[in-house]
Write a protein that binds this ligand. Structure first.
Ligand SMILES: [Zn+2]
Length: 471
């Protein structure tokens, strides 16, 4: 008996010593996601079926199998219960304040642009509307798993306030164009506005201020080049609509600058010295193989927006060819009046359908390639691939968790196919940006929605009243 008691006591002592050693050697961290099917989207396409992501501050410090849990003690642990954890999605093209006008002029109005867009903007836009509407849109983005949005509009400093308040990232471009607009009564007044705004918002942890010369047919070469100089001087991105419609070359020739018959829009921009790796070009539908080579040479980022383009019948971009040529191409929705929904899930589906139908080749864009465009593709287009776009040690902790036990996400044989073709935005249970949980169990943690609605509802009522006069 004595011997046995002794053995038991020794064993207990040994166990307590061992446990206290584990406790003392375990590293203290802020957040841990456990039991996740992790799509890292790294170069090796690594997937962990029962994985762990360890986060300290705003960065991922470890990623691996569930055995990692014993090495860390986290302030907060999220049990993913087998759900998919993946990089947050990047929406590369938007005009988020236009969410205030979403759903207007949808009944086949022939001149929607002049009958609805312009009068609405002229009458309704204000700093206040832009800030409140941007908050509404940023909430939708966060809830649908978008952790970074590229935007171009007016009073972009107000957009920045709301995007930062909701807690997602933004590359937010102040518009420069030849017409007087809400924040710039003189033509090209947005340029001076952009200078001030960039100085105010530079070095913000979530917001990258940018300049957005509106389009090739609304900005002269002189102002395109001035915008480029500012972007280079301040080291910020430049956002532009390029080659969006079939008639764009003629429009440039008539309104801005004659373009020779044998020259493309891309060549026109190259010749004037405008192309640069700072440029994020939206749409880019009308171009040939040679143009693609030019864009690749300069490292121009491209936002492919198939849903908005198909909806407006503006054309179908050769996005698959650009992706295969390894151009920096990602996905965007365009503004809420052009594609209505803010999420990237259904844009992946549109990208595949558009590429397959136009080529009559049903193999174009695999589910993995679509998820790559939605994450790393966006990061490459913004030249931020060293910081975001994949789940790797040292990168920013921008992570979403997608429920795989929902009726619509079952069965989950191929997680890339689940994400690209089956999941809805409502399947996002958690959104983490810069290490902070901003959506938890499908609820925003950063915004009091009731308080927000006290501003949002009256705003929509005012818009509705004015919209009646346009019918
Ligand atoms: Zn646009």
């Amino acid at each position: 008996m004595k011997i046995n008691t002794c053995i038991i006591i020794s064993f207990l002592l040994f166990t307590t010593t061992c446990l206290s050693q584990v406790k003392t050697t375990a590293k203290h961290v802020d957040l841990m996601i456990v039991n996740a099917q992790i799509l890292t989207m790294n170069k090796d396409k690594k997937v962990y079926d029962n994985g762990v992501i360890v986060i300290k501050g705003n960065k991922i410090i470890a990623i691996g199998n569930n055995t990692l849990t014993s090495s860390y003690k986290a302030k907060k642990t999220i049990d993913a219960d087998g759900d998919i954890a993946m990089p947050g999605m990047i929406n590369l093209h938007n005009h988020i304040p236009m969410i205030a006008f979403r759903g207007l002029g949808e009944n086949g109005e022939k001149d929607r642009l002049f009958k609805f867009f312009f009068p609405l903007e002229k009458k309704m836009l204000s700093r206040n509307l832009i800030r409140i509407a941007s908050r509404q849109a940023a909430m939708e983005l966060a809830l649908s798993g978008v952790t970074m949005v590229a935007d171009m509009y007016y009073h972009e400093d107000e957009v920045a306030k709301s995007v930062a308040q909701v807690g997602i990232r933004g590359v937010l471009g102040e518009t420069v164009m030849q017409f007087p607009v809400v924040d710039a009564p003189k033509p090209y007044g947005g340029f001076d506005y952009a200078k001030k705004y960039i100085a105010e918002w530079k070095n913000h942890p979530l917001i990258t201020p940018a300049i957005a010369p509106h389009a090739t047919y609304t900005v002269t070469p002189e102002w395109l080049l001035k915008s480029k100089s500012l972007a280079e001087k301040e080291d910020v991105p430049m956002l532009v609509h390029i080659a969006e419609s079939a008639g764009e070359k003629q429009l440039i020739s008539e309104r801005i600058n004659p373009i020779a018959k044998d020259k493309s829009i891309i060549q026109y921009l190259e010749d004037m010295g405008f192309l640069s790796d700072k440029l994020l070009a939206a749409h880019v539908i009308y171009l040939d193989k040679n143009d693609m080579k030019i864009l690749k040479k300069y490292g121009v980022g491209i936002s492919h927006n198939p849903k908005a383009n198909l909806r407006a019948a503006t054309g179908i971009s050769p996005a698959w060819e650009m992706y295969k040529m390894k151009l920096d191409i990602g996905l965007g929705t365009d503004g809420p009046m052009s594609s209505n929904q803010m999420d990237i899930f259904n844009v992946m589906s549109y990208a595949a359908s558009a590429a397959r139908t136009t080529s009559k080749d049903g193999t174009r864009f695999t589910p993995y390639e679509l998820v790559d465009m939605a994450t790393m593709g966006g990061a490459r287009a913004l030249d931020m691939e060293d910081e975001i776009g994949s789940l790797e040690v040292g990168k920013k902790a921008d992570i979403i968790i997608v429920d795989t036990d929902a009726v619509n996400t079952q069965p989950n044989y191929d997680p890339y196919a689940t994400i690209a073709f089956a999941a809805y935005p409502q399947n996002v249970t958690h959104t983490i940006v810069d290490g902070k949980v901003i959506v938890e169990n499908g609820e925003l943690t950063t915004i009091d929605i009731q308080e927000h609605n006290k501003q949002w509802i009256p705003l929509t009522q005012k818009v509705a009243e004015f919209a009646k006069t346009l019918e």
